[in-house]
Unconditional design. Structure first.
Length: 245
């Protein structure tokens, strides 16, 4: 058995989404939000890994660090770019989402043709760079860490008359949970930070951004309406003092 496969314990990673508690879901979303806003440097990956060591498999983190230290792109950042595209509503066909959820493989159906040449080209380039690292990673490791990252299962349920999605890593569970309540996926209009809203009215990532937005609205209003208001006040003042224009 592949030593990296040992970590895939059914009671931890293959847990059906509907069995997770609210606390579990909040923890998953916190990790997903941090991942979406994560930087592209080795230190950013390491900081995320330290805080969320089980969000991705060990090999996925190891693979990403090796490539970044070699000055190359990696699948950690590649998946982050896919997630951001979905988050911003730039995935109308759902192909990026299918790859993120593990229901499609990136090197198979996921990015063949259409408007996905960039994603496929990046995928091939990252795989090639990883193989050039020599003995550090095998071709099997690359496959494991990239397009075959724990394929999720979609099982038919005869009694319910529907399908049940079963994620096999926490990242997939987090993406699936957000997909089911996609209205929560927001991008702060001030700082462009990716956020998961707790209620429909939340559109800013922080109080500071909310204040900045209000100040901007006030300034825009004053610039567009201020001259008219000032003229009216001047006319009123002149009329009151008996002066003529």
């Amino acid at each position: 058995m592949n030593e990296h496969m040992v970590e895939r314990k059914p009671n931890q990673l293959a847990l059906a989404l509907n069995q997770r508690t609210d606390a579990d879901q909040k923890s998953l979303w916190a990790a997903l939000e941090m991942f979406a806003n994560c930087g592209d440097q080795v230190s950013d990956l390491q900081a995320f890994r330290q805080q969320h060591p089980r969000f991705f498999p060990v090999m996925f983190y190891d693979h990403g660090e090796l490539l970044l230290k070699a000055g190359k792109d990696n699948f950690f950042n590649w998946r982050k770019r896919l997630l951001r595209s979905v988050w911003e509503g730039r995935d109308p066909e759902g192909k990026r989402l299918a790859v993120l959820l593990g229901t499609e493989e990136a090197s198979n159906y996921g990015f063949k043709g259409g408007d996905f040449q960039a994603e496929e080209a990046e995928f091939v380039a990252i795989s090639s760079d990883a193989l050039r690292l020599g003995e550090t990673l095998t071709e099997g490791d690359i496959t494991y860490a990239s397009d075959r990252l724990f394929p999720a299962r979609v099982n038919p349920d005869w009694q319910a008359g529907s399908f049940r999605y079963k994620p096999t890593i926490d990242f997939q569970a987090a993406v699936y949970a957000l997909m089911r309540e996609s209205w929560r996926a927001r991008v702060c209009p001030i700082c462009r930070r990716f956020i998961i809203a707790s209620k429909p009215a939340n559109i800013y990532c922080s109080r500071d951004c909310a204040i900045a937005a209000r100040q901007k609205r006030d300034l825009d209003y004053w610039r567009s309406e201020g001259r008219t208001l000032r003229l009216k006040r001047t006319k009123a003042a002149r009329k009151k003092s008996g002066k003529k224009k």
